[in-house]
Design a binder for this molecule. Structure first.
Ligand code: G6Q
Length: 550
């Protein structure tokens, strides 16, 4: 299939909508949200959107109907519709790796057909899901036992990046649905501390390792997997134990077998699944073990509902399109460098870290699809913490600092742990923050409250700090699927407009290659000749001198 290289007639910054947005920005940049709300008493109702059970309030953004109109025009002029269709059709839109990008196929219902290189991949996806479900049921029922005949009580996922962040985030998010008789740990770092601390209180006879690696060549994961094998065999004594205590998730059956894992215990996926998009693939194996096959399928149904919404809903009412366009408005026209993701839900504690990879590895690119340097900013820095904790830490800068930090607030109307009065307090704080950020507090208001003149500048809040608020009924597997797919497609929308490849990550390669060169230099018995820069040479020498006894 020929790569469909989008070839816009004119560069992004010369498109009519872009230049119109620049002029529009000059008019709107000093307009305050107080004014926008005063001019339109129904703004909060109008600039909101409800779809597939998610409610998005985007009224507290520095925009008008005209802004949205121009941003939608920019999406049209950028060929967004064609890009979306190309992805869903399985065209090789990951141009630098010559691959289709089909995470949407991982959540396509049985019976749907998506053809890649002449093969319908949906039956393959469901065959793997069925095998995962069968394995999960055997482990959870106790039919699958460890080498000594004991039940599996602990599951340790070994993986990194896309093979860690998804299952780790989703396990935390869906803990309320998990089997509390099982203990789950996630080991990713090559720092031995990660493995040591994750396993120190576990009994090898009751522990199952899920080695998750698309390539099965990743240094960190293979090092941790070997350490896990040694740890297991030291206790259980018998090579045969590997077959009872290790399963793999990978696209590389040959290396899985070489490691000693029975290919019958390998759950495959495909090269058209990018690491950071792989949560709904077999990379979710440890998550399925935690929450069970039914909940996992509900999560996939949530992903699919958002995929269908994204593919078929007109852009003006399309959640990922609107979120993507609003983000781009701040990045490219207001010069915002970051975006904060602030979930008001303890279960979503790892969501900011997950979205950080999704967004920054996808859109942290400086050349366009044609390989030419872009003349505009691309992906923002994504960061955040769950509320209310962040309020007592970094919100100060968002309220009164010199930078513009657009924020996404995420909350639920019902708690899974309804301990009165906690949830009302949590949600009151969410709403209060968006109100304070938008409207601030003026010098006049402070003076009327009797605040002394010298203190007024310190205590005044400018406001006009933009936020989106996403509300859902409650945290469920389905809702999590919708949320993750929402952000996946938001990132896609921005990449399409910026004309960059969101699906490669060459930027991580150089460091990996250099680490491979340096490792033998650290391990050599005699001081090796060093040919790095003077700083790196010095650091290596110092480490060698001081590590004795470590
Ligand atoms: C994600 C990246 C990266 C990858 C890890 C692990 O999109 O490609 O984070 O997931 O490097 O790779 P393996 O799964 O191949 O071990």
């Amino acid at each position: 299939m020929a790569a469909q290289m989008p070839n816009p007639p004119i560069p992004l910054t010369e498109r009519p909508a872009w230049t119109a947005l620049q002029a529009h920005h000059r008019e709107i940049r000093s307009v305050h949200l107080r004014t926008l709300f005063a001019q339109d008493p129904e703004r909060g109702e109008r600039l909101a959107l409800e779809a597939i059970g998610l409610y998005l309030d985007y009224s507290k953004n520095r925009l008008t109907d005209a802004t949205i109109g121009l941003l939608l025009q920019l999406a049209e002029e950028s060929g967004l519709r064609a890009r979306v269709d190309a992805m869903f059709r399985g065209e090789p839109i990951n141009l630098t790796e010559g691959r289709a990008v089909l995470h949407v196929a991982l959540r396509a219902p049985r019976g749907q057909s998506i053809v890649v290189d002449g093969q319908d991949v949906v039956p393959l996806v469901h065959a793997v899901l069925d095998r995962m479900a069968d394995f999960t049921n055997r482990v959870r029922s106790g039919a699958w036992r460890g080498q000594t005949g004991r039940r599996i009580r602990n599951v340790v996922n070994i993986g990194i990046g896309g093979s860690d962040l998804g299952p780790a985030m989703a396990y935390e998010a869906l803990r309320g649905y998990s089997d509390r008789d099982l203990t789950f740990r996630f080991v990713s770092n090559v720092d031995g501390t990660d493995f040591a601390e994750a396993t120190r209180d576990l009994d090898p006879a009751e522990t199952l390792f899920v080695v998750s690696s698309k390539t099965f060549t990743t240094l960190e994961t293979l090092t941790n997997a070997r350490t896990a094998r040694d740890w297991c065999l030291r206790a259980l004594g018998d090579e045969q134990a590997v077959a009872r205590h290790f399963v793999a998730v990978s696209t590389n059956a040959a290396d899985v077998a070489r490691f000693g894992i029975d290919p019958a215990n390998m759950f495959p996926f495909w090269d058209w699944v990018g690491g950071r998009y792989s949560l709904p693939s077999a990379i979710g194996m440890s998550l399925m073990l935690a929450i069970g096959p039914d909940h996992f399928r509900q999560m996939l149904a949530g992903f699919h509902a958002m995929d269908a919404h994204f593919r078929t809903t007109p852009f003006a009412r399309n959640l990922p399109v609107l979120l993507g366009l609003i983000g781009l408005w701040y990045t490219n026209f207001f010069g915002a460098e970051t975006v904060a993701v602030l979930p008001y839900d303890q279960y979503l504690g790892r969501l900011p870290a997950y979205l950080q990879q999704l967004d920054m590895e996808s859109n942290g690119k400086h050349v366009n699809l044609q390989g030419r340097a872009v003349s505009y900013d691309t992906g923002p820095i994504v960061w955040g913490q769950p509320g209310t904790n962040g309020q007592h830490a970094f919100y100060q800068l968002i309220h009164q600092g010199t930078r513009l930090v657009p924020c996404d607030f995420i909350g639920f109307c019902q708690s899974l742990n309804p301990l009165a009065p906690h949830h009302d307090l949590l949600m009151a704080n969410l709403f209060a923050q968006t109100e304070a950020l938008a409207f601030g507090k003026t010098a006049q208001e402070l003076a009327a409250e009797g605040v002394s003149d010298p203190l007024i500048p310190h205590r005044a809040f400018d406001g006009n700090r933009p936020t989106n608020t996403l509300l859902a009924e409650r945290m469920t597997p389905e809702t999590l699927g919708k949320l993750v797919a929402l952000y996946e497609h938001k990132v896609f929308v921005q990449a399409a407009i910026w004309q960059i490849n969101a699906f490669d990550q060459w930027g991580v390669e150089l460091g990996k290659a250099l680490a491979l060169e340096i490792t033998p230099e650290l391990q050599a018995a005699a001081d090796p000749p060093l040919a790095h820069d003077s700083s790196t040479n010095m650091l290596i020498r110092r480490y060698r001198q001081h590590r004795a006894g470590s």
